[in-house]
Design a protein. Structure first.
Length: 400
């Protein structure tokens, strides 16, 4: 598409008046932080309404890679993304075994996002790296809502990017896994909020679901096999929040977040692989957060009492055929020509976490004093290691 200018204008002088848009300077403490509003998150074009990709626009935040595809995709101050703290309304949202967020807050539930990059308060003391805190939306005296449907037809309109060797670079899905031909995405959701009791009790609910279709190619000339293996990714996120004003000074918030994620490793590979469908597995990530937060706000005293329970089940490789061994087939020269059965390893982690916060802020003249306690107890049940049913290698011999 060729665009040509139709007119040119030269200005001798430009005068800017007013202070709108001037950067604010923190005159209270040494904290370095920045934030994105809900309007900014909605306006920034990111794939799949994944708000973490919008965080790259914040100072001291950059894209990151980890040793596994589902590792956090953001880094603060260039540090390892696994050490970043993730919070929802100031409460813990961390997978405490490897790192990263348990619950990927959907865009429709985000009120604002704050990143704390350095010299922040001691109340965020579980990391020296950095912190992302997502504040969720609440209802008001007016009913509001949205409904959306997005589709990505895949190769029909997807652009193709070439690498240094002029070969197409595979794109990635929302989990960081590579995709190419046969990829399609369908995504939809609804959100609704309003009053249960005018000026007193409010609610907000959000539900979003994404399904990705993806194809791999199974190629094993030695076994006479060449076929397409289909797979799916499914992401479902549900959130609900209820706010109640007990009086002019007291208010409480109850929040529930639930997620169900399924990522297929259906066999084959993008450019052709020898893993058969019987050796496929599915990554499962199921999470639940239940929180109750109560706040008293007086003229000189603010008191916060927060409690949250969370459960997170991360089964990294749920086998398509549980209870079977893994069998690797080799040709007479020792080259792998087929993989059957179990994926060959286990990683199934279940985490139950209980968090309790008690905070008090007092205003004494020109001074502000803040103190509190934050307790977090986590219990893990982990099944990991090799395949308990055994891993075998079978070499074919040439006919005599």
């Amino acid at each position: 598409l060729l665009l040509t200018p139709t007119a040119e204008f030269e200005l001798d002088e430009v005068v800017v008046e007013g202070t709108t848009g001037v950067a604010e300077v923190n005159q209270v403490n040494a904290e370095v932080s920045s934030s994105l509003s809900a309007a900014s998150v909605e306006a920034i074009p990111v794939e799949g309404r994944n708000f973490t990709q919008a965080l790259y626009r914040l100072p001291n935040v950059a894209p990151a890679t980890g040793f596994f595809s589902e590792a956090p995709n953001v880094s603060i101050n260039g540090a390892n993304g696994l050490y970043t703290q993730y919070l929802i309304d100031g409460m813990d949202n961390n997978e405490n075994f490897l790192g990263g967020p348990q619950f990927e807050v959907p865009t429709g539930m985000v009120k604002d996002i704050t990143v704390l990059t350095s010299t922040y308060s001691a109340e965020y003391g579980r990391t020296g790296n950095g912190i992302f805190n997502v504040t969720t939306k609440s209802g008001s005296n007016q009913f509001t809502g949205e409904a959306f449907y997005l589709t990505r037809p895949g190769p029909v309109i997807d652009g193709e990017f070439l690498g240094p060797d002029n070969q197409p670079l595979p794109q990635r899905d929302l989990s960081g896994n590579q995709v190419r031909d046969g990829f399609q995405r369908h995504q939809g959701g609804v959100a609704f909020g309003g009053p249960l009791v005018q000026d007193q009790t409010f609610f907000f609910v959000n539900l979003e679901h994404t399904t990705d279709w993806k194809d791999n190619l199974l190629v094993s000339p030695a076994l006479g096999v060449r076929e397409t293996v289909e797979g799916q990714n499914q992401f479902t996120y549900a959130s609900a929040r209820v706010d109640h004003r007990w009086s002019a000074n007291w208010r409480s918030t109850a929040r529930v977040n639930a997620s169900r994620v399924r990522v297929d490793r259906q066999g084959g590979a993008l450019g052709g692989g020898v893993r058969f469908a019987s050796a496929a597995d599915t990554q499962e990530r199921d999470g639940l957060h239940v929180a109750l937060q109560t706040t008293y706000a007086g003229e000189r005293l603010v008191y916060e009492s927060n409690v949250q329970y969370s459960r997170f089940n991360w089964n990294f490789a749920d086998p398509a055929r549980a209870g079977s061994p893994q069998v690797v087939i080799e040709d007479p020269q020792g080259r792998t020509i087929g993989i059957l059965g179990d994926p060959g390893f286990r990683f199934d982690s279940v985490e139950n976490t209980l968090q309790l916060q008690q905070k008090v802020t007092a205003q004494l003249g020109r001074h502000t004093l803040k103190g509190g306690i934050d307790l977090l107890a986590a219990d893990f049940a982990l099944q990991g290691g090799g395949n308990p049913n055994g891993n075998y290698r079978v070499r074919l011999t040439p006919p005599q």
